[in-house]
Design a protein around this ligand. Structure first.
Ligand code: SAH
Length: 398
């Protein structure tokens, strides 16, 4: 085992790390220059040299590493990773036992004790997502843990960091059997077509499972539904299954159309009876106003940040205006499902956007229900940004 690198906090950071912050930020460290090679194990002490924790150096879009243990004696070796994974698998037992849902998150980064790594399960296949070169250095230990603990058909991986050298974008296969794609998985009885070997995204965002179920079981019946930023149309599928009279899916990406057709088809829904539109949502809002279109349900699930030809959208700045556009084309008594995965603000600020949007639109509303991440996306209270999902079901009263 390589030697541990001693890191020291700046005095103003002692408190937050003593309280349990797991992510190490560059600007909190006194002797950053001592960190040289990603994957190195560090021993972090506060400004008075009192032990805080041990972790690994890894450069992510935020932070430069994660604390893995606060026990000074604990060794970070293969057994360490196996213990974390074993605990994580145990937490998902009810998911493994379900025949209704065969896709879920098995390991959620710092929520399961190892920041920078997520593992998802798709009907017999595991997908590992590495968020830094640093955690990727532990690939063999983590794979060995998975081999020891789980039965699988195959393992795939995604690298969410700049991999230098020989990384082939088009092959994320790791070991076991290669999958045949699309792989059909189930979520609460409905089907999803999943691709583990086709770029960064798989075809479904698993964190919206409870929201999709609620749309299907509680709100969709008899409603006309507009699904904006629709990607592969996952919300539209659940709306249609719940008895929506019509769904309209709008996404800017060309590939969203064939992907949405595929999702409808594998669920036995006639996609020709559905509107699937490739367009900038902001243009579509203008079109809908011009044509006096109104919907009984409008779903908003934009990316935190997006740039199209004419618009730049940033959730923290522009969500209120997005809501105003939605309010303008929602029927009285209609439902707006407002969702964001932006980690830079919390639920109370999000509710502030909703309040301001209705106020500026001169309308009234009622907040019906709220969602955050589902159970399999475990989070810890010491790292609020990890609990990024915020969803509000809102009734437009006037
Ligand atoms: N709501 C989806 C996930 C959305 S992912 C689901 O639950 O499955 C974000 C999507 O927004 C991407 O598919 C992207 O193509 C689309 N997008 C980004 N900017 C857009 C814009 N201005 N107009 C329409 N779609 C946009």
């Amino acid at each position: 085992m390589a030697q541990e690198i001693k890191l020291r906090l700046k005095a103003r950071s002692d408190e937050e790390y003593r309280k349990g912050l797991p992510l190490v930020y560059k600007d909190r460290i006194e002797n950053l220059a001592d960190l040289k090679e990603e994957g190195a194990i560090f021993r972090l002490a506060d400004s008075r040299n009192k032990f805080i924790g041990k972790g690994y150096y890894g450069l992510q879009n935020k932070g430069c590493g994660w604390i893995l243990t606060r026990d000074e004696q604990e060794v970070i070796d293969q057994g360490f990773f196996e213990k974390k994974l074993q605990k994580a698998l145990k937490h998902r037992e009810s998911f493994f036992n379900s025949s209704d849902t065969t896709a879920f998150r098995v390991f959620n980064g710092e929520g399961d004790g190892i920041g920078g790594l997520t593992i998802d399960y798709f009907a017999g296949y595991y997908l590992l997502t590495w968020y830094s070169e640093g955690i990727y250095r532990f690939k063999e230990e983590i794979l060995q843990s998975l081999r020891n603990l789980a039965d699988f058909k195959g393992i795939y991986e995604k690298k969410r960091f700049d991999a230098k050298g020989s990384y082939m974008e088009d092959d994320d296969f790791v070991e076991g059997e290669r999958g045949e794609f699309p792989l059909i998985v189930k979520e609460n009885g409905e089907n999803f077509a999943i691709y583990l070997n086709d770029g960064a995204m798989t075809g479904v965002f698993l964190d919206q499972r409870d929201v999709r179920k609620t749309i299907r079981d509680v709100y969709a019946k008899g409603r006309t539904v507009l699904n904006t930023f629709s990607y592969t149309g996952a919300f539209s599928i659940f709306a249609a299954k719940g008895g929506a009279v019509k769904t309209t899916s709008v996404d800017l990406a060309n590939r969203s159309k064939s992907k949405t057709i595929e999702q409808f088809s594998i669920n036995g829904i006639d996609y020709e009876a559905k509107d699937i539109i490739v367009e900038d949502v902001f243009n579509y809002f203008k079109y809908a106003v011009r044509k006096k279109l109104l919907f009984d349900m409008v779903i908003l699930d934009p990316p935190s940040f997006a740039r199209s030809k004419k618009h730049t959208f940033s959730a923290s700045k522009d969500y209120k205006n997005l809501l105003k556009e939605a309010i303008a084309i929602t029927e009285k008594d209609g439902i707006i499902v407002a969702s964001t995965n932006c980690s830079t603000f919390g639920m109370s600020k999000f509710k502030g956007f909703i309040e301001a949007a209705f106020k500026e639109s001169g309308g009234k509303y009622k907040l019906l229900e709220e969602f955050s991440l589902p159970k399999d996306f475990r989070t810890i209270s010491e790292f609020k940004e990890g609990n990024y999902l915020k969803v509000a079901f809102i009734r437009k009263l006037s």
